[in-house]
Design a protein around this ligand. Structure first.
Ligand SMILES: C[S@@+](CC[C@H](N)C(=O)[O-])C[C@H]1O[C@@H](n2cnc3c(N)ncnc32)[C@H](O)[C@@H]1O
Length: 233
């Protein structure tokens, strides 16, 4: 188990959880091995990864604790047996697609534990637009890479600025050093995008350029605010 999966494990509620897109099944196997008493579902849309998860569970002698499901996202409802839904290690847009098909998870009973590998901004937008409140923003350092872990619950729309779509709300973030690293990475990313488009005559690219400049200026304001504050608590 790497830091990323360990951090996800730390967010899971007591009643039961579904690991959507389980692949190797490391998370369900780890939870079963450590004596987790709630229901455990491991699901994947592809048979090969699901079989890999089954093999890993067999080797760890915990197959009887895990229910393996071959299904697209949350299509097979396990709604009454769980309080947590984990969707990790995929693009933010793929995670939105999975949530979009499962209206039943729009219920305050469920804690969504989401770990987008890319396009976190699309996921945060989807959550805010669909009345989910982001309750935790956890940044994870794993071998020099920064991963974003987002926990959310249905019930209250939280407006987010454009900078917050990319970074999460500063006040929710629990690791200042990693937040600063993520902020700098995004500032550099937008600098590069702006530089690449600044001489373009293409109308659509000119519109994108305007948006990139706007996000860039919001990101720089976040950095200025942090610098002004000096050290944070
Ligand atoms: C990169 S792996 C992530 C594995 C693990 N969740 C992690 O974070 O380490 C992505 C897995 O998601 C599965 N997947 C992709 N789209 C899916 C969907 N709509 N429903 C269920 N599983 C899906 C893939 O088959 C693959 O096994």
């Amino acid at each position: 188990m790497d830091n990323r999966l360990l951090s996800i494990a730390g967010c899971i509620g007591e009643k039961g959880f579904a690991d959507i897109g389980t692949d190797h099944g490391y998370l369900p196997v780890y939870m079963a091995k450590k004596g987790y008493e709630g229901a455990i579902f491991a699901s994947d849309v592809n048979l090969e990864p699901l079989n890999c998860a089954r093999r890993n569970a067999d080797e760890a002698d915990v197959s009887d604790r895990i229910r393996f499901m071959l299904c697209n996202g949350l299509d097979i409802g396990m709604k009454d047996e769980i309080d947590s839904i984990v969707i990790a290690g995929m693009g933010g847009d793929t995670i939105c697609g999975i949530l979009d098909r499962a209206e039943w998870c729009m219920d305050e009973r469920y804690k969504l534990i989401l770990q987008p590998m890319t396009k976190a901004e699309i996921l945060r937008y989807w959550l805010s637009y669909n009345d989910f409140c982001i309750t935790d923003e956890i940044l994870i350092d794993d071998n020099g890479s920064v991963y974003q872990l987002i926990c959310a619950r249905y019930g209250k729309r939280e407006p987010l600025s454009d900078a917050e779509l990319f970074l999460g709300k500063l006040e929710l973030s629990v690791n200042n050093a990693l937040f600063d690293k993520l902020l700098e990475k995004n500032i550099k990313r937008f600098e590069k995008l702006i530089k690449g488009l600044s001489v373009s005559k293409d109308k659509r690219e000119i519109v994108s350029l305007g948006f990139y400049r706007h996000v860039y200026s919001e990101l720089c304001s976040v950095r200025d605010g942090i610098n002004k504050q000096g050290s944070r608590i």
